[in-house]
Ligand binder design. Structure first.
Ligand code: FES
Length: 82
């Protein structure tokens, strides 16, 4: 949680990404999803999202894209800009 926003942090081969941790379908936590490369699949109904840009990947429906946030690493600490 950062400023009342639930953020999911994803580590893709040492590169970190931050997403709004609410699946736009029914608000499940994406950080509890199944990650395969840079794709996270929601555990509830299996919608898929790119962790790099938050794009919903199963259909061309941008309204289901997930918000992303800039990430940087400082002294081995993951920092997210809200
Ligand atoms: S709650 Fe995520 S796909 Fe349905």
């Amino acid at each position: 949680m950062i400023n009342e926003i639930r953020i999911g942090i994803f580590n893709v081969a040492g590169e970190f990404f931050a997403l709004d941790d609410h699946c736009p379908h029914a608000c499940a936590s994406l950080s509890y999803g199944i990650v395969d490369g840079d794709v996270v699949r929601c555990r509830i109904h299996h919608w898929r999202f790119c962790v790099r840009n938050g794009f919903y990947l199963d259909e061309e429906k941008p309204r289901f894209n997930v918000e992303t946030y800039p990430v940087r690493i400082v002294d081995e600490q993951v920092q997210v800009e809200i």
